[in-house]
Design a protein around this ligand. Structure first.
Ligand code: HEC
Length: 120
């Protein structure tokens, strides 16, 4: 093999490996972004809980909690939140038939973010 041929082989190999590596990273990155917790929450949950988590009129009638209240947040365990979204609780419907486990997990994390920054 002439030197220039070897160089060509190295370059081709390099780009083949680098290409599949970046392809993997891109695919992986998109996978993570597929679930948009905020959109899911506004679509499925805001009817009762409100986009800000404080609860709509309908939500209050059904006794939905205020996710923005630091007290509520500190009393709730992650497992309880996950379990209530999955299996439902009293007037709250179960979501396991409508949402994927990854989506429910993303929503449980999103509920944590709705806590009000200001302490009143
Ligand atoms: C039909 C109205 C309604 C919708 C829609 C709804 N919820 Fe609820 N949710 C409630 C009510 C009512 C409660 C209070 C249940 C209780 O403690 O008695 C509640 C409670 C909760 C709780 C607290 C559970 C606990 O353990 O105390 C979480 C977390 C929650 N909802 C998340 C969600 C998410 C996420 C969605 C969207 C996928 C959603 N909810 C959609 C009515 C609703």
């Amino acid at each position: 093999m002439a030197d220039w041929e070897k160089t060509a082989v190295y370059i081709t190999t390099f780009f083949a490996i680098a290409g599949s590596y970046f392809g993997f990273l891109t695919a992986f990155g998109q996978e993570g972004e597929e679930i948009n917790a905020r959109n899911l929450f506004e679509y499925h949950c805001a009817t009762c809980h409100g986009a800000d988590g404080k609860g709509t009129k309908r939500g209050h009638e059904l006794k939905a909690p205020n996710f923005a209240a630091p007290d509520w947040q500190s009393k709730k365990k992650d497992e309880e939140i996950l379990n209530s979204i999955t299996n439902g609780k009293d007037k709250m419907p179960r979501w396991s038939d409508k949402l994927k486990p990854e989506e429910i997990e993303a929503l449980a994390k999103y509920v944590r973010k709705l806590v009000s920054k200001k302490r009143s």
